[in-house]
Design a protein around this ligand. Structure first.
Ligand SMILES: Nc1nc2c(c(=O)[nH]1)N[C@@H](CN(C=O)c1ccc(C(=O)N[C@@H](CCC(=O)O)C(=O)O)cc1)CN2
Ligand code: MG
Length: 289
């Protein structure tokens, strides 16, 4: 079966809109998100436009700061300091990737962890790693687990989850979340031996490597839940560009119990979970008043 991420994301946004309205009427505060984008990468601009639109649609304030590609690291750092100290800003997000001359990890480290709605700051990774409450958890991994639970139910205990990919943004945090759900977790990557055999043992297979259609039907266990994080643009034989995941959807569909499509699977959940984190950051800010 197909797991509809677009619909699930819409349902989550509807729920969040109600919670935002309640928060506003109770505390007289409107949650706010500031998104910074540097340069003119077309895909990044589309993602940011969608973030701004969806933030506003659920009743939160959205500020977009567009900076030219020549922006220096120091300029970005001083802007972040200003936003960190601004009590009216609850969430701060710097769209990635940044231009080559800017050190991404220095920028991520400069965001106040309590406003880090991407959940990329080491303080939030540490909170997630330690299973501490109050962690802002990266959005795509949250989306993956919500979609897996939508198909499998709340309890993932004892299931074998195999994650392909070990990035700080998806692979590592999704593995931590699945471990928190009492899954037995295997993290695999480009140097893993016997990758197809390992994947074939997965009850939950999360593919986040960025290689178009890497995962074939014979990598998938009968009845498995397949979560495809890949967003790869390929050129078809007819010369058109097409978006495909890390999993060969058509092949895997026959074997698996359920699979997320690309587009319309994990992607839409990323932005919905960003909105969830922004509301959480606004709620957490009440504690420091
Ligand atoms: N600061 C961040 N930068 C980046 C993140 C992030 O979470 N935080 N993730 C990605 C980009 N991204 C959000 O920023 C993102 C990517 C894709 C989608 C999405 O909905 N994709 C659609 C397809 C869209 C298309 O046609 O291109 C889908 O999968 O259905 C949402 C958000 C990297 N940077
Ligand atoms: Mg993300």
């Amino acid at each position: 079966m197909n797991i509809d991420g677009k619909l699930t994301a819409q349902t989550l946004r509807d729920k969040l809109a109600i919670e935002v309205a309640e928060f506003k009427s109770r505390y007289k505060i409107q949650p706010s998100l500031t998104v910074i984008i540097v340069g003119d990468d077309p895909a990044s601009h589309i993602y940011v436009k969608n973030k701004v639109k969806q933030t506003q649609e659920i009743g939160m304030i959205s500020n977009e700061i567009k900076l030219p590609i020549e922006t220096t690291e120091n300029h970005l750092l001083s802007l972040l300091e200003q936003l960190n100290n601004d009590d009216s800003v609850h969430g701060i997000l710097v769209q990635l990737p940044l231009p080559k001359h800017i050190d991404e990890s220095a920028i991520i480290s400069a965001i106040n962890p309590d406003k880090d709605v991407d959940g990329f700051h080491a303080m939030n990774s540490g909170r997630l790693f330690n299973g501490e409450p109050g962690a802002l958890v990266p959005c795509t991994p949250q989306g993956c687990v919500l979609l897996a639970k939508q198909h499998l139910g709340k309890d993932l205990s004892g299931l074998h989850a195999v994650v392909i990919g070990r990035s700080n943004i998806v692979g590592k945090p999704v593995a931590m979340l699945l471990l928190q759900e009492n899954c037995t977790v295997t993290i695999t990557h480009s140097k893993t031996k016997n990758l197809p055999e390992l994947c074939k043992q997965a009850d939950i297979l999360v593919a986040a490597v960025g290689i178009a259609k890497l995962v074939k039907a014979d990598w998938v266990k009968e009845g498995a839940t397949v979560i495809d994080v890949g967003i790869n643009r390929i050129t078809t034989n007819e010369g058109a560009t097409k978006l495909v995941g890390d999993v060969d959807y058509v092949e895997a569909f026959e074997k698996c119990g359920a699979i997320t499509p690309v587009p319309g699977g994990v992607g839409p959940m990323t932005i919905a979970c960003l909105l969830k984190n922004t509301l959480a950051a606004a709620k957490n800010s009440l504690q420091s008043r």
